[in-house]
Design a protein around this ligand. Structure first.
Ligand SMILES: [Zn+2]
Length: 340
């Protein structure tokens, strides 16, 4: 069987907000006013400014100077096919640009029209958004474009007097990451078993531990486990740990009330299934030692498209969750010796 039998494409998205700290707050507050700045430290001007000197780790101080808006390209890479994440929608270059008045380069977009127009040593200038649209973000500069007049920037290298309080102190960002998961042969076996309403595992011939999911190795003995070690395991077990999560309403969160995620040790196995849902009882009634059984989705509704290679235990859209069986709780000493 080939190592990779299926590719799944996943997309991870989340917004986040970060505080900028004093130096970058000064930089972005100046940028919102159309002014690029650097900091003079260790006998040179670093632009954009850093809080610490990268050579000595000393405090870089607040000796800010005006730099740009023109600069010189030192190196570049061409982007022939921009993605939806790039702010420029036609082919462009990412380039290191040493702004006038600075001694270190910054990276930004150069919109030169064509790859043949790009060259190390070319003079470029910042093209800002209209002032009312500038928000103190690096994309306040739409792009650097070939400088109409290659002469030095006016005012570059002059002192910049930072305001007592910066207007921009926080930065909103959005992560959007698409990646491909190459489904392994063992993950495919796991998917196929779930679609049939079965949970499979593997028994190590050396230590006799039963793992849930075909991991293809024993992590205790560090030996490979082949398909001859496959077994079907019960879809009943005991809750060994749980966490009650109070949902924060970030984009994509479908839960609105506190919910529970549990680890379950299936009967006769030695490794838990983690991150499982409990059905039919309130989260507050879930307890360690509680016996549960799988609630399978109807065969026609089972789906494994959100299962990847990362860890074992995802039931995809095949196992809806787990419900209490009503048996008396299992004493902890019967399941504390287990694998994660
Ligand atoms: Zn083993």
């Amino acid at each position: 069987m080939p190592d990779v039998v299926r590719e799944s494409v996943f997309n991870l998205q989340f917004p986040f907000t970060r505080s900028l700290g004093s130096t970058l707050s000064t930089f972005f507050s100046a940028l919102a006013q159309g002014q690029l700045i650097g900091v003079r430290t260790g006998g040179r001007v670093i632009a954009p400014p850093l809080e610490y000197d990268p050579d000595t780790a000393a405090d870089a101080g607040t000796d800010y100077v005006k730099v740009g808006p023109k600069g010189t390209v030192s190196s570049w890479t061409w982007v022939p096919e921009p993605t939806h994440l790039h702010t420029v929608k036609h082919p462009f270059a990412f380039a290191f640009i040493t702004l006038d008045g600075a001694d270190t380069p910054m990276i930004h977009v150069v919109d030169a029209g064509s790859e043949s127009a790009m060259a190390a040593g070319m003079r470029v200038e910042a093209k800002f958004k209209p002032t009312e649209e500038c928000a103190g973000r690096i994309d306040d500069i739409i792009a650097f474009v070939p400088a109409a007049d290659p002469s030095p920037s006016d005012g570059a290298g002059e002192p910049y007097a930072a305001p007592a309080e910066n207007a921009i102190t926080m930065l909103d960002s959005f992560c959007d990451l698409t990646y491909v998961d190459n489904t392994s042969a063992s993950t495919l076996l796991w998917m196929e078993s779930l679609l049939k309403g079965q949970i499979i595992g593997q028994v190590c011939p050396m230590c006799n531990r039963t793992y849930v999911g075909p991991r293809n190795m024993c992590c205790v003995d560090a030996i490979p486990l082949d398909e001859s070690t496959l077994v079907t395991v019960p879809d009943r077990g005991v809750v060994t740990n749980f966490t009650i999560i109070t949902p924060v309403q970030y984009p994509g969160q479908t839960e609105t009330e506190p919910f529970v995620r549990v680890s379950i040790l299936l009967e006769g196995t030695d490794a838990v299934m983690a991150q499982q849902s409990v059905l039919e009882i309130p989260a507050s009634e879930v307890r360690v030692g509680m016996h549960v059984e799988a609630v399978w989705a109807p065969e026609s509704e089972r789906d494994v498209s959100d299962i990847g290679n990362r860890g074992w235990g995802s039931g995809g859209e095949c196992i809806r969750g787990w419900r209490p069986t009503g048996q008396p709780d299992e004493p902890a000493e019967n399941f504390v010796e287990r694998m994660m």
